[in-house]
Design a binder for this molecule. Structure first.
Ligand SMILES: *[C@@H]1O[C@H](CO)[C@@H](O)[C@H](O)[C@H]1NC(C)=O
Length: 541
């Protein structure tokens, strides 16, 4: 966040505290804050003061009964000021001293949080392009919860997207990401989920068995395979390699409760617990038609958890199947897996390769409205700047390191300008007037390393760069992928190059050749030299 923006937050905080009646007189104080800011030049001070006056005017209007409009529309629920607001609202139900105590504890909490919040922001400014804490589009290890775990493997599930931000992630609320990792020669006992699952094999070799209503299919899977497991299908899995771990990236789409799903184990005993064992004995006796002691014995043995170590011989007997097997019965049904390397990369040169699989290649992707992309960026190189027309990308780093940058719009509330809506944190008082209601943008960026998850919403311009000493490999699930198009903003086939002369000249206010000098200079189409490599020589010099 720029110094301007973080200062804006401070002024805003003062105003809000004032408007809640904690302090007095708000306008003077706001103006005072503007004047004592050393980071400001004269022009910025004036704008700041104007912002204070505007705010004060709107506040008076509100107090006279004006409308709040959509003031809540763009709140950031994580900001200290929003927490304060909620906390203070909570105090309204109390009276007298109780209420004062409540309010003062809100204020103390707010001061503590604000210090932390600002400290974080200063740290980020110091770190230049890396915004670790405040970037809501990046998820790290701590944002995962463990779904299953034994000493031989684990399933880690990313927090619900809407738990991170309701506002940003409503569109992908019903998708969840999970990462499964298992040791060599291991077995996951049969289970099913109340969710559709799409699986990408990031590393290793396995065998999957699926039990549907009247058949069982087993097939071998290897790196690059994509497979679909329908909700409620009982599945089990082995890592059949003797040395290599098996790593799967899963995209889940819950079928009953949006954003939530569960695993169901019928087999097992104490660990995993079997759902059979919750039914009453007389029901089980009658249903199985055996005596209860035999039932109790069967469901009392397993204690090793859902992921087990198995012998090489057991593995061999369970993995004699075709690679990427064909559905054995399913009149004209498509293949059960698709390997991402089966087709030519969409883009490939010495700087990287992009492989994409959508429903035109693998029909099972269609009803999920999902596509899969694998990006392999050569060390030191980068992708073009580009955006997706409809799809929101959920990417995870499977190998290497690097960083990314993304342009994030902050759309001004032009239509509410006169309705008493406050400016928001991060928005400069007076900027609305200057930009005439047009969006402004903020740079969002983060380091990418093994396990980092990044979300790139539709329309947001994005670029990824590999570190100078390792390739960067990203596996991405594209949600809302049907009819999605990828639009390049730099590189040989960028959008701007397709404009006609007049449109270019009118848009940039310079002759076409000056536009072309910039937009036609890059000869590579998608992957190109990265910033470090580029410094050694530009093509127009
Ligand atoms: C990634 O690119 C490197 C070349 O930089 C290549 O050797 C490697 O095989 C590629 N990996 C994949 C998975 O395509």
């Amino acid at each position: 966040m720029s110094p301007k923006a973080s200062f804006c937050l401070a002024v805003f905080a003062v105003l809000l505290v004032s408007s809640l009646g904690l302090e007095d007189p708000e306008l003077e104080q706001c103006k005072h804050q503007c004047k004592v800011q050393q980071k400001f030049d004269e022009k910025q001070r004036k704008e700041c003061v104007r912002g204070c006056e505007e705010y004060s005017r709107q506040k008076q209007e509100r107090e006279r009964g004006g409308s709040y409009g959509e003031e809540d529309r763009d709140r950031n629920p994580e900001s200290p000021i929003e927490r304060l607001r909620e906390c203070m609202e909570g105090c309204d139900t109390q009276h007298g001293q109780e209420r004062e105590r409540c309010q003062s504890s809100c204020k103390q909490g707010y001061e503590r949080e604000r210090e932390k919040y600002q400290g974080r922001q200063e740290m980020e400014e110091g770190e230049g392009k890396q915004q670790y804490e405040e970037n809501p589009y990046v998820f790290k290890d701590r944002h995962f919860v463990t779904g299953l775990r034994t000493q031989h493997g684990r399933l880690r599930i990313l927090q619900k997207f809407t738990d991170r931000s309701k506002k940003l992630y409503r569109g992908i609320e019903n998708y969840r990401l999970a990462i499964y990792e298992a040791d060599p020669l291991t077995f996951v006992v049969p289970n099913y989920f109340d969710a559709e699952a799409l699986i990408f094999v990031a590393k290793g070799k396995g065998t999957v068995s699926l039990v549907t209503k009247d058949r069982r299919e087993s097939f071998n899977i290897k790196e690059g395979d994509i497979l679909r497991i329908k909700a409620g299908t009982t599945a089990y899995l082995i890592n059949r390699d003797q040395n290599e771990r098996l790593v799967l990236a899963k995209l889940l789409q819950p079928v009953s409760t949006p954003g939530n799903f569960e695993a169901f184990f019928g087999v097992g005993g104490e660990n995993p617990e079997s759902f059979y064992s919750v039914f009453s004995n007389e029901i089980l006796e009658a249903a199985f038609n055996v005596r209860r002691d035999r039932i109790e014995k069967l469901f009392g043995q397993q204690r090793q958890g859902a992921i087990l170590k198995v012998s090489r011989e057991q593995i061999q007997r369970m993995s004699q199947h075709e690679e990427g097997g064909i559905w054995p019965f399913g009149g004209g049904e498509s293949k059960s897996t698709y390997n991402i390397y089966e087709q030519h990369p969409t883009h490939a040169n010495q700087y990287g390769q992009l492989y994409e699989v959508d429903s035109s290649h693998f029909r099972s992707l269609h009803d999920l409205d999902v596509a899969v992309a694998l990006t392999n960026i050569t060390r030191g190189a980068m992708t073009a700047l580009y955006y997706n027309s409809r799809a929101t990308k959920i990417c995870t780093v499977i190998d290497g390191a690097g960083y990314y940058e993304m342009a994030c719009p902050h759309i001004s509330q032009s239509q509410n300008h006169h309705e008493g809506s406050r400016w928001r944190e991060g928005e400069w008082p007076g900027s609305r007037r200057e930009s005439g209601g047009n969006p402004t943008y903020q740079k969002i960026s983060s380091r990418l390393e093994h396990g980092t998850v990044v979300v790139v919403p539709a329309g947001h311009p994005f670029v990824a760069v590999a570190s100078t000493n390792q390739n960067l490999q990203l596996i991405c699930f594209l949600v809302h992928a049907n009819d999605n198009e990828k639009h390049a903003l730099t590189g040989k086939r960028n959008v701007i190059n397709r404009l006609e002369r007049e449109a270019k000249e009118l848009s940039f206010g310079v002759p076409e050749r000056e536009v072309d000098a910039v937009f036609r200079s890059q000869e590579e189409e998608f992957f190109s030299k990265g910033p470090r490599q580029q410094q050694r020589g530009f093509s127009d010099m």
